[in-house]
Design a protein around this ligand. Structure first.
Ligand code: ZN
Ligand code: ZN
Length: 176
């Protein structure tokens, strides 16, 4: 059974009530939520997602607030070392009993709601596009590729930043 499927019949019986839930289950049960082309950041493969939520019943809707938490990892966008941590994303979603053709809303189906997709979506949206190993990471030398956080290389300081950037690109292409 899906650990993120919540039965809400009792909650809906009295409009205006709240219920708190702590749910834990696989972030990616089907193995389809890998890294995107946009970034190296991803939720760690095989990780659990924890959702601490409050459900609130209105007449034909249920609101979901709270947080979703999972470990993530990626590569520093400047020096390419592995970066990892735990991410908590805020949730604020609406589940609707009946909708026309609008598939953009979460639904209440047979007096149950599946809160997993809302948690996954919030975590994926919250992943850093350009992760950094530290706020002031110095990156790699565009000429020799050495890690400027660890060593000082003897490459000449570029005369002009614009050309230096192009040099960096061409030297990357020349290697191998
Ligand atoms: Zn770095
Ligand atoms: Zn260098």
């Amino acid at each position: 059974m899906d650990p993120f499927l919540v039965h809400v019949a009792v909650l809906r019986r009295v409009v205006g009530t709240n219920v708190e839930q702590l749910l834990v289950g696989p972030f990616d049960p089907d193995g389809v939520l890998g890294p995107t082309a946009m970034s190296t950041s991803r939720i760690v493969e095989g990780a659990e997602m924890t959702m601490e939520i409050v459900l609130h019943s209105a007449s034909r809707t249920i609101t979901l607030t709270g947080t979703a938490t999972a470990p993530w990892s990626g590569l520093c966008s400047r020096c390419a070392v592995e970066v990892s941590g735990e991410m908590t994303a805020p949730l604020d979603e609406l589940f609707v009993e009946k909708v026309g053709e609008d598939d953009d809303v979460y639904r209440i189906v047979d007096d149950a709601i599946n809160v997993g997709p809302a948690g996954r979506e919030a975590l994926i949206v919250g992943l850093p596009l350009l992760p950094l190993c530290r706020p002031n990471c110095l990156g790699l030398c565009p000429s020799c590729g050495s890690d400027r956080n660890e060593t000082t290389c003897s490459c000449e300081a570029p005369k002009n930043d614009r050309w230096a950037a192009l040099d960096g690109l061409s030297s990357l292409g020349d290697t191998d």
